[in-house]
Design a protein. Structure first.
Length: 95
């Protein structure tokens, strides 16, 4: 059974200070990447409509290389390719 290909759009959250970026998953539910930064790390968390963490993308700020780490929870395995594509689209040039 071949899966249906359709474009995925990422859009900013509602409000001037909302750093969330939203996208629709293959199950037609809305997911959002929520950024957070600490002293040594930059992190994006993907949350489902029930605010459960589906995936986390981390980049160490002071690392020599800026490679990131994507950790996908079991509840996100059905859309792992979409999570990878959207988290890479969310990366800022300085992280």
């Amino acid at each position: 059974m071949a899966s249906e290909r359709r474009p995925t759009y990422i859009h900013r959250g509602r409000g001037a200070t909302d750093g969330n970026h939203l996208f629709k998953g293959p199950d037609d539910k809305e997911y959002r990447w929520r950024p957070s930064s600490g002293l040594w790390r930059h992190k994006l968390q993907c949350l489902d409509p029930q605010n459960q963490v589906v995936a986390t993308y981390r980049v160490t700020i002071l690392a020599i290389s800026k490679d990131g780490e994507l950790c996908v929870n079991p509840r996100g395995h059905f859309m792992i390719d979409l999570l990878m594509a959207t988290c890479l689209a969310m990366r800022t040039p300085d992280h």
